[in-house]
Design a protein around this ligand. Structure first.
Ligand code: AMP
Length: 580
């Protein structure tokens, strides 16, 4: 079906003048140096994300402006101005420093969206150490793999979450301290376990942000590939340039805005756009700890008078499912601009939101590795529903063939980007060869398939690999297969993404059993529970199908592509490398 483009009024007639007024002109004259000059830099030299997000505002006119409006899952409310936020981050920096954290050390956060998560993040960055945010729904294996690979020195968590994973402790000799935030549940210190209130609570709220080099590491996010366990995509302080610029021109943040990013900091959107973009732009940001609920979400927009809203296609599809009557019961008139990221945004969702909310969702594209938005629909430009939009100024994407040659408009190929933008990842932790392999013929290869139309709008086609996108989160099949084969009944396992109308894909496992085990409902449920307990509900398979054996190449690799084709009833394609 053809969707009609959604046109916009001329910029000077828009109720709020967009920051990006002339796309073509800005693109032609773009300079990252100009953006860098809008940031302050640490006095005495260097660039530090915490300085740009907190210190510079805490020292200036925005000191008493709310930076974070927090609402807890039980309805608790707290507000932190930029000055208060900076002081809390200073206390965290002093506390972590008292535990021996130094520049370059990794501090991991296994926390729900509570204020201490944000204090830890910025306290760590102030010290010049590196943050590693973990999704709070992870199970012990998922947490252990990431802590072990990164060599984390400190884990900040809560008693509830720690009790879920504490069995991993003996496998992590490098993990020196576990800091428990006892906001909701008390705990006892002991054996490397310390309490936030004791370590951080009594610290001075004065701390001078360390002068980090723009190329020093700042944040690492584990992301999934086709093979091997998740890899730590490491970003540097320089990334703040891209995050600030896209916050200004894609999120279109203005001083009056109340911005809400629904993503969790365990995923890159929750840091780049839940922390760095809004706060480097001095915006007021809502942080809601609780999960999805159509009524709750609309109520939050109404209560906090949210103006700019950044969410994800799965959530939008759930809002659509919840019906058109719920939004009518709320005053959503504060909203002026809405965006979406993480998975393809169906054109129907754009049309729906325009009809029901009076605002179309603006899709944009990026990935953990890119650190910031690279392709977007902008407030001032026409939206083509179903398209991810046009390149950000200063970004040169291309559709290329297997030899790295540019393909003409309209043709499908690999989505690639010319390297060199400020927020590009700098390595996969402990895996430089894999990092290097992502760059070919002068391009960064994104792993996505796409096409570009004659006007330069990009259209997502699919992944070029077996990585699964469930509710906007990437899951590597290998991580799931590895856990399944640890179960005594499992001989082998192959994992794919099965299409789903809401979550886009759900994780499905094909399992071949060892002799002597019965493929029955009880075992199926046990395997699902077994994977959930180890990986967490988001990564674990939602569905398990027992099969006598799995299709493999002659070299013994499971052919997930074939499993997927069979699942979808599609032609099986080239099976010449299939094992006899
Ligand atoms: P992650 O690194 O977890 O943020 O996931 C990045 C991947 O999510 C991309 O490589 C795409 O496969 C997918 N993705 C992100 N944004 C979009 C979008 N707007 N449209 C389609 N796919 C997207």
């Amino acid at each position: 079906m053809e969707y009609v483009p959604i046109t916009k009024p001329p910029v000077d007639q828009m109720p709020v003048l967009p920051n990006l007024r002339d796309y073509g002109e800005t693109r032609r004259h773009w300079s990252w140096d100009t953006v860098r000059n809008e940031l302050d830099g640490v006095p005495g030299g260097g660039l530090n994300k915490a300085y740009e997000c907190l210190d510079r505002h805490a020292k200036g006119d925005r000191r008493d402006k709310p930076a974070m409006l927090w609402e807890g899952k039980n309805g608790e409310r707290e507000t932190y101005t930029f000055a208060e936020f900076a002081r809390e981050a200073n206390k965290a920096a002093n506390g972590l420093s008292s535990l021996g954290v130094e520049k370059g050390d990794r501090v991991f956060m296994f926390l729900e969206r509570i204020p201490e998560c944000y204090f830890t993040a910025f306290g760590t960055l102030k010290l010049g150490a590196v943050i590693g945010p973990l999704f709070s729904a992870f199970g012990p294996d998922a947490v252990k793999d990431r802590l072990a690979d990164s060599g984390a020195k400190v884990l900040v968590t809560t008693p509830e979450l720690w009790s879920r994973v504490k069995e991993i402790r003996s496998d992590l000799p490098g993990l020196e301290h576990i800091v428990l935030v006892t906001r909701r549940q008390q705990a006892e210190p002991g054996d490397g376990i310390v309490l936030w209130d004791e370590v951080v609570g009594s610290q001075s709220d004065d701390f001078e942000t360390v002068s980090t080099d723009p190329e020093n590491y700042s944040v690492m996010h584990y992301t999934s590939g086709t093979t091997g366990k998740p890899k730590g995509a490491a970003h540097v302080h320089n990334a703040i340039i891209g995050q600030y610029a896209t916050g200004k021109y894609v999120l279109d943040l203005h001083d009056e805005d109340v911005y809400w990013c629904t993503a969790d900091p365990g995923w890159v959107t929750g840091t780049s756009y839940g922390m760095f973009a809004p706060w480097s732009n001095g915006a007021t940001s809502l942080v809601y700890e609780g999960g999805f609920g159509a009524n709750t979400w609309y109520s939050l927009i109404e209560k906090y008078k949210v103006t700019v809203w950044y969410t994800a296609p799965t959530a939008i599809r759930m809002l659509m499912k919840a019906g058109d009557d719920i939004p009518k019961k709320h005053d959503l008139s504060s909203l002026r601009y809405t965006m979406s990221v993480g998975e393809p945004l169906n054109p129907e969702a754009v049309v729906w939101s325009e009809r029901v909310l009076g605002l179309p969702f603006h899709d944009n594209w990026w990935q953990t590795e890119t650190g910031c938005i690279l392709i977007a629909n902008y407030p001032a430009l026409e939206i083509r529903p179903g398209s991810m939009g046009r390149p950000f100024p200063g970004i040169e994407p291309g559709i290329i063939d297997e030899d790295g040659k540019l393909m003409p408009p309209g043709e499908e190929g690999n989505l690639a980007v010319r390297p060199g933008w400020p927020s590009m990842f700098r390595t996969y932790w402990n895996n430089k060869p894999l990092y290097d392999s992502r760059f070919q013929n002068g391009w960064y290869i994104t792993g996505d398939r796409a096409r570009m139309d004659a006007d330069g709008y990009f259209w997502f086609v699919g992944r070029a690999d077996d990585v699964i996108n469930t509710a906007g989160h990437l899951v590597g099949p290998f991580e799931v297969e590895s856990v399944l084969i640890e179960h005594p009944a499992v001989a082998e396992a192959g994992v794919i993404g099965k299409p789903d109308p809401v979550a886009m894909e759900v994780v499905k496992a094909f399992v071949a059993l060892k002799d002597g085990y019965e493929a029955d409902e009880k075992l199926r449920r046990e395997l699902i529970r077994f994977s959930r307990d180890r990986l967490g509900a988001m990564i674990a398979p939602r569905e398990i199908e027992f099969v006598p054996g799995l299709p493999k190449t002659r070299s013994g690799k499971i052919m997930r592509r074939l499993l997927k084709a069979r699942e979808l009833g599609l032609p099986e394609g080239d099976t010449s490398t299939l094992e006899d």
